[in-house]
Design a protein around this ligand. Structure first.
Ligand code: DX5
Ligand code: ZN
Length: 228
C-alpha cells in the first residue's frame, strides 16, 4: 500500500466509507485510517426518500473535508440533487457522485459539478444495467458500481454487480471504476478478479462504537489487496 492507498500489486485504491464510523469520535477514525494507509474517504449522503435512510449533511461534509488530509468524495443518494450540488462542491471535496437512476436527466448536473473543479462520478444501482445509464458514460470522470442496494452499510455483496466492470471498461477505458458496498476480506478475491480501480469499504473497516487500532486497520486494508 503506497501513500495514496494503492495496493502494491497495482490497481486497487482503497477508499473508506465513513457511514459505519464512530460519529462521536470521527476524527479518531480519520486519523487511524489515514495512518493505516487508506487512500481517500467516502461520505454517503442519504435523504430518506431516494434511499430509506438518513446520513451526513452539509455541515458534516464541510468539517470532514476540512479535517481530512486525504481526498474526499461525496456520494449523493438523494432526490433533487440539483438543489445541493453547488453547496457540496465548495466543501473542498475531490469528487461528487450522483446516481444514474435520478428521475431527471443528470447530464447538466455532471457538467455543473465539473465546472466547479470537482470530478463528476456516476453511481449505478444493482438493478440498473449498463445500458440504462450508458448515455451518461461519456460525461463522467469516474463510475461507481453499487455492490449492494444503496441505503445501508453491512449488506452482503451482490456478486453479479461485478460483471459491470468490464462492460463499463469497454466503453470508458480511461475512467476509474469503483465498487461500493459489500467490500470485505471475504469478497476481495472475487472483486479483484475484474480489476476495479477503487474499492469502497465501510463496515468492514469501521465498526461504530468499537474503535479500530491502526495495526488492525492496516491488516484489514492488506486483506483487500489482490494477491501479488
Ligand atoms: C451504501 C453506501 C456505501 C456503504 C458501504 O448505500 O453507499 O458507501 O457505506 O458500506 P459497507 O462497506 O458496509 O457495505
Ligand atoms: Zn457510498
Amino acid at each position: 500500500m503506497n501513500a495514496e492507498g494503492v495496493c502494491s500489486a497495482g490497481f486497487v485504491h482503497i477508499s473508506s466509507s465513513l457511514l459505519s464510523g464512530n460519529l462521536l469520535n470521527l476524527s479518531r477514525d480519520l486519523e487511524c485510517l489515514t495512518e493505516a494507509g487508506v487512500g481517500s474517504f467516502h461520505i454517503d449522503v442519504m435523504d430518506g426518500h431516494f434511499v430509506p435512510n438518513f446520513a451526513f449533511g452539509i455541515e458534516a461534509i464541510k468539517q470532514i473535508a476540512t479535517a481530512s488530509k486525504l481526498p474526499v468524495s461525496v456520494h449523493l443518494m438523494i432526490d433533487n440533487p440539483e438543489n445541493f450540488i453547488d453547496v457540496v462542491c465548495v466543501c473542498k471535496i475531490e469528487s461528487l457522485i450522483i446516481h444514474g437512476e435520478e428521475k431527471d436527466d443528470i447530464s447538466p448536473l455532471l457538467g455543473r459539478i465539473q465546472e466547479q473543479g470537482v470530478k463528476a462520478g456516476l453511481a449505478i444501482n444493482p438493478e440498473s444495467e449498463v445500458f440504462d445509464i450508458a448515455r451518461y458514460l461519456p460525461l463522467v470522470d469516474l463510475v461507481l458500481i453499487m455492490g449492494v442496494h444503496p441505503g445501508f452499510g453491512g449488506q452482503a455483496l451482490i456478486p453479479s454487480t461485478i460483471e459491470k466492470i468490464p462492460q463499463i471498461r469497454a466503453i470508458r477505458p480511461d475512467v476509474p471504476i469503483g465498487v461500493d458496498g459489500g467490500v470485505n476480506d471475504k469478497t476481495a478475491a472475487l472483486l479483484n478478479r475484474e480489476k476495479p480501480d477503487i474499492l469502497i469499504a465501510g463496515s468492514y473497516l469501521l465498526n461504530g462504537s468499537k474503535p479500530q487500532s491502526v495495526e488492525v486497520l492496516r491488516e484489514k486494508l492488506k486483506a483487500l489487496c489482490p494477491a501479488e
